[in-house]
Ligand binder design. Structure first.
Ligand code: GAP
Length: 462
């Protein structure tokens, strides 16, 4: 049992050191890899490994549970990534979904004009330091593609740059089949694509990413109040997945910086090692999108209010979150190093991912004390079988038990179950059919009856 522990790292080192350690852990333990790595990668694209996939899945499942299953007023949908080009013309994306871009005349880098460092009041190339930059021009972020065998203008469409538009164009169908009354929402999780000029900060700004979006339709008079409601709901969500309150920030976008159709937007931000950056936008988009699509398609997208017998276009409040950014926030918030000293005075650094148990990729490690003892192994395997229908468990029989704990600490596994000689009754009947449960964060251990394990763990990971 360790006698002494102290944390030396969490905030002591610079953000870039911390970020380097996080990126390295993500690769070493199989959270996130560079896409197409063996061919030199593809900038702005990432693959999630076994642990990252579980983490992301837990995040999406919890979002779906909170936003859809636990509510009467929200239903789900799953739209296609490719849509009719007219959608992107009507929504304004084809003409205005742009970032200002400049070229460096010296090193030929392409740069986002609004993210350039300045020296003595002059914009500078961050790559070579030159001031020789072209005038900014609009660069459309949508990936263009062709549908079918002919590559001409009539076949053009785009990979969707947000999931929201599928919700707007299916509004009428979903209203009819769900028989919902205002206010009600439609939720969706899915991939989105943006040809970012400068993908950066690991997965934070990617070219392919996932969004979790809710379009919450309401009467015009309730829009502003619902904007505040959804801001609070979303902050509660982030706290409930284990992001510390003090790492969350709310930035109210000044009216002159909001999109012309927005009557109010908040950014929910998180303190990443590389700075405070946006996790989610909560925007009151008025009736802009439905009106645009009604006008462009000629199909009615209004709502009939049975009480007032009036037709009107609903307004919408949109909490729009990024799966990849939130996954990175979970890893950043959870990453910790501490020095532990055992009773013999030997110190070592343990790396821990302190995920909230409901987010942790693996919920429980199961370890027979010795791998060459048939009874221990059999009992441990039985426990794995008993738990795996309910949660992600990991069986490990190799190496000293302390090493096995450390490996799970690094993966963020909140509980470790050890089957020892007491479990199999070799030291008498008193502790027979009990196991040691070790807690990742405190490293404390307690004895639990095997039959109580499923409930003990389920209550803590929900
Ligand atoms: N439908 C509204 C919308 O798409 P947004 O602020 O452009 O709004 C919403 O995007 C969220 O999607 C962001 O808060 C962020 O979490 C995520 N996101 C946007 N662009 C991203 C990118 N290039 N890489 C990773 N996540 C991104």
């Amino acid at each position: 049992m360790p006698l002494l522990r102290f944390r030396y790292m969490a905030h002591a080192k610079s953000g870039s050191d911390r970020m380097e350690k996080i990126v390295s852990l993500c690769k070493r333990r199989g959270f996130i890899f560079q896409s197409s790595e063996i061919y030199g990668g593809l900038n702005g694209c990432w693959d999630y490994g076994p642990l990252g996939t579980e983490l992301k899945r837990n995040l999406k499942d919890f979002w779906w549970r909170r936003m859809v299953r636990e509510r009467d007023d929200v239903v789900g949908m799953d739209g296609s990534i490719l849509m009719n080009r007219q959608v992107w013309i009507a929504s304004g994306h084809e003409n205005t979904f742009t970032d200002p871009m400049v070229d460096c005349r010296n090193c030929k880098s392409r740069l986002r004009a609004d993210q350039l460092p300045e020296k003595n009041g002059r914009k500078q190339c961050p790559v070579c330091g030159s001031f020789e930059l072209t005038e900014p021009r609009a660069f459309n972020l949508m990936f263009k593609t062709y549908v079918g065998a002919t590559e001409d203008e009539s076949a053009v469409t785009y990979l969707r740059p947000e999931t929201a538009q599928a919700i707007f164009v299916q509004f009428r169908n979903i209203l009819e089949v769900s028989r919902k009354k205002l206010p009600f929402g439609i939720a969706q999780i899915g991939k989105a694509f943006r040809n970012e000029i400068n993908p950066r900060n690991f997965t934070f700004r990617s070219r392919e990413f996932e969004q979790m979006e809710l379009e919450y339709f309401c009467r015009p008079e309730n829009g502003l109040e619902l904007l505040e409601y959804w801001l609070q709901e979303r902050l509660r969500f982030y706290r409930d997945i284990g992001l510390p309150s003090e790492s969350l920030h709310v930035h109210k976008i000044p009216p002159e910086e909001c999109a012309h159709y927005s009557k109010g937007t908040y950014d929910i931000e998180f303190g990443f090692p590389f700075g405070i950056q946006e996790l989610e936008g909560v925007a009151y988009r008025t009736d802009y999108d439905l009106t645009q699509h009604q006008q462009a398609s000629g199909k009615p997208l209004d709502y009939f209010d049975e009480e007032s017998k009036q037709h009107f276009i609903p307004h919408v409040v949109e909490p729009s979150a990024g799966v990849d950014r939130t996954t990175l926030a979970l890893i950043s918030a959870g990453y910790d190093e501490e020095v532990v000293t055992d009773e013999n005075g030997k110190s070592e650094t343990r790396t821990v991912l302190r995920f909230h148990p409901r987010m942790a990729p693996i919920k429980c490690g199961v370890f027979p004390l010795l791998k060459n003892n048939e009874s221990l192994v059999k009992q441990a395997r039985e426990i794995v079988d008993q738990l795996r229908g309910e949660m992600m468990v990991f069986y490990d029989e190799t190496g000293a038990i302390g090493r096995r704990y450390r490996r799970q600490d690094e993966a963020g596994t909140p509980f470790g179950v050890t089957v020892d000689f007491d479990t199999i009754g070799e030291n008498g009947p008193a502790l027979r059919d009990t196991v040691t449960v070790r807690h990742r964060d405190s490293m404390e251990q307690e004895r639990i009856a095997i039959r109580e394990l499923p409930t003990f763990l389920s209550e803590r990971i929900r």
